[in-house]
Design a protein around this ligand. Sequence first.
Ligand code: GMT
Length: 378
Amino acid sequence: MKIGIVCYLTFGGSGVVATELGKALADKGHQVHFITYSPPVRLDFLSGNLFYHEVSVSDYPLFEYPPYELVLSSKLVDVVKYEKLDLLHVHYAIPHASAAYMAKQILASQGIHVPFITTLHGTDITLVGKDPSFEPAITFAINQSDAVTAVSQSLKDDTYTNFPNVKSEIKVIPNFICLEDYNFQQGKCQKKMYAPYGEKVLIHVSNFRKVKRVDDVLRVFDKVRKEVPAKLILVGDGPERGNIEKLCRELDTCNDIKSLGKIVNPEQILSIADLFLLPSETESFGLAALEAMASKVPVISTNSGGLPEVNVNGVSGYMSNVGDVDDMAKNAIHILKDDATLNQFKTNAFRQASKFDIAKILPVYEELYRQVIEKNRV
Ligand code: GMT
């Protein structure tokens, strides 16, 4: 198949899922064309089957807000036509689904019929998309999609709740990891750099937005280190960074925290961690938690959104109510305080992650692509 993928190029989240999916499809012999405004961060190579098409946005001074959606539509028309794509798969509804719809209409007016699939990822539905100013456009674009997928059952339910006029059937296809990529031996020397006296290593990876509640990460860590010698590694960057630096001074924890900033492939640093903290307000799925589990790192998370579909309470980690830092700290201490318990949770976390191996999820996408292309032919 010849597939066009539209996504954001961001660290974490939808951009990573889209890129890893594209790479895996190319590996299986499909031709994959990424159509974005800059190369996606995890698109670290372009094999014979992988292509990248840049969407250039005009900075004409009249445009206070450059019309990205229009240039994206035009680029989609161009790529579909000249690369003879069978299908477009857009990740994150805003504005990718409406751009794909417009491209589809323009192409239809020229006698070219290309279907598009929209994958809903989370904040496009639960935060940004909930804004009433987006509602009619998102509802329309979802309803016009030839197929719609959501990364969890929770996100599917949220879509029908937040967008009551969405009539499309939404298929749940969970996020995935390539388990083989996480086969790092724990680097003892590297671990010693962060935890020289054998302290336990806690880790948090996110885009440091408010929804991630990174302040709770620090509060949990502060309680844990009073019971178990521990260090905290923060990976990622974003708007909350300044507040977090202030809070670590207030809590007097800065000496035990290392901030590494953005890391394209977190597998290596995850491999030296003992526990992952994800106290988010909401997560449609929690790909960062799954990546941790694939690295044999148990997860302390909240129980909101799709997290219970990923983290199994008492097995791969624990879940608490949003903001309940006492409960999170209590659970973290339980996991960390003796090595036998920690090793059991590590084994369980990996076993749970293996249910989301790409080898299981990729065929589901391929089958959906085939069905949509077939339906478009008749
Ligand atoms: O908030 C983020 O991490 C980014 C966002 C995105 O769409 O790029 O992430 C959402 O999509 C991820 C991939 O499907 C999910 O794993 C995240 O849970 C989800 N984030 C939220 O729902 C807050």
